[in-house]
Design a protein around this ligand. Structure first.
Ligand SMILES: Cc1cc2nc3c(=O)[nH]c(=O)nc-3n(C[C@H](O)[C@H](O)[C@H](O)COP(=O)(O)OP(=O)(O)OC[C@H]3O[C@@H](n4cnc5c(N)ncnc54)[C@H](O)[C@@H]3O)c2cc1C
Length: 307
């Protein structure tokens, strides 16, 4: 809920911060569905983010942060939460060499694909698992993105954040509690904070070594409907199971609702066939969860964020 839009506009204009009112969220999520956000703000740097914090602290009860929204489904209709997007800023990549290791510092808005290209160009090992994962560095860290072989937690060395109160913190790896598609910070109560920068520790390697490691992840991606509009895996894999296999077993692979379909290529992906609404995707999610519980007694939790 946003209060006092006139004052918010004044603060944003005075600080030169870009924003859109009534933003069509289908243009931002990789699923290409979703309603209209009352306010979407695009801070480019720390100074602009401080202006955003002032607005949030005084005029908004809650907010939602996005990078590429490649793991976020926006519901249809009006979205009252202000959306803070890292799409247009925090794009730096700096690095430092120390023996065989490179400390690479990246802004939260850097695309994971850019990070991967950077590491390939500089013969740095560790990011191969990011092949084919869309999204930003900030989103990848918050989601602990990766695969069963490796996740972002394995290469991170520290994290810079700014809270909604405008306080800046740096957390070392030991303070970060990563789990399956999740990050918590030890002894830190806030969960909704802005990741502004991330420090990675990457190892010096050879092109052939990196290419060999990346081949595994490349071949894995061939099993996913990569050219289609999606959010990646919809459900988390329950302990000891694969969500895709469960969906296949309960006979819902290929099933459709409106313009959305469970992918024939990978049953844990729901794809937008072109004219899907978010409600179609939510209907499929509901059907899958209820059927898995009824027929297999397995609870499927969503990996994606629904806003
Ligand atoms: C085709 C496809 C394939 C995929 N394959 C994989 C895969 O193999 N492995 C995998 O793990 N994921 C995969 N994904 C999911 C997704 O790409 C990852 O979760 C990605 O890391 C999300 O990044 P994002 O910037 O898009 O995050 P968003 O969807 O924008 O946000 C995700 C979460 O991070 C938070 N967030 C984003 N930016 C910030 C920030 N700067 N500060 C604080 N919080 C922030 C959001 O609030 C939200 O909670 C895939 C998605 C697609 C579409």
């Amino acid at each position: 809920m946003i209060e006092n839009m006139a004052v918010i506009r004044e603060i944003l204009n005075k600080n030169g911060v870009c924003y859109i009112e009534n933003a069509d969220m289908s243009l931002y999520s990789t699923m290409r569905t979703g309603g209209s956000a009352v306010l979407m703000i695009f801070p480019k740097n720390t100074a602009e983010l401080y202006a955003v914090c002032k607005i949030i602290k005084n005029y908004c009860r809650d907010f939602y942060i996005i990078g590429s929204a490649s793991n976020t489904l926006f519901k249809d209709g009006i979205i009252e939460l202000p959306i803070i997007s890292f799409k247009n800023g925090f794009k730096y990549i700096d690095f430092d060499v120390n023996n065989n290791y490179y400390t690479v510092k990246a802004g939260a808005g850097v695309l994971l694909s850019k990070m991967l290209n950077f590491s390939l160009k500089n013969n740095l090992e560790g990011l191969e698992f990011a092949y084919g994962i869309p999204g930003t560095v900030g989103g990848a860290v918050k989601m602990n993105a990766g695969s069963k072989e490796s996740n972002i937690e394995n290469i991170i060395s520290s994290l810079d954040i700014i809270t909604k109160y405008g306080e800046k913190f740096n957390f070392k790896k030991e303070q970060l509690k990563f789990s399956y598609r999740n990050l918590k910070i030890t002894d830190f109560d806030e969960d909704n904070y802005f990741i502004t920068g991330v420090e990675f520790l990457l190892k010096s390697s050879t092109k052939s070594n990196i290419a060999e490691k990346m081949d595994l992840f490349k071949s894995r991606k061939m099993t996913q409907p990569l050219g289609k509009r999606s959010l990646g895996c919809i459900f988390k894999n329950p302990e000891g199971h694969f969500a895709g296999k469960i969906i296949d077993d309960i006979g819902l692979k290929g099933s459709t609702k409106g313009g959305a379909a469970v992918s024939e290529k990978h049953a844990n992906f729901i794809i937008n066939k072109g004219n899907a609404k978010s409600s179609d995707i939510l209907d499929l999610i509901k059907e899958i969860s209820e059927t898995a519980l009824r027929e297999k007694n397995i609870r499927l939790d969503t990996e994606i964020k629904i806003i």
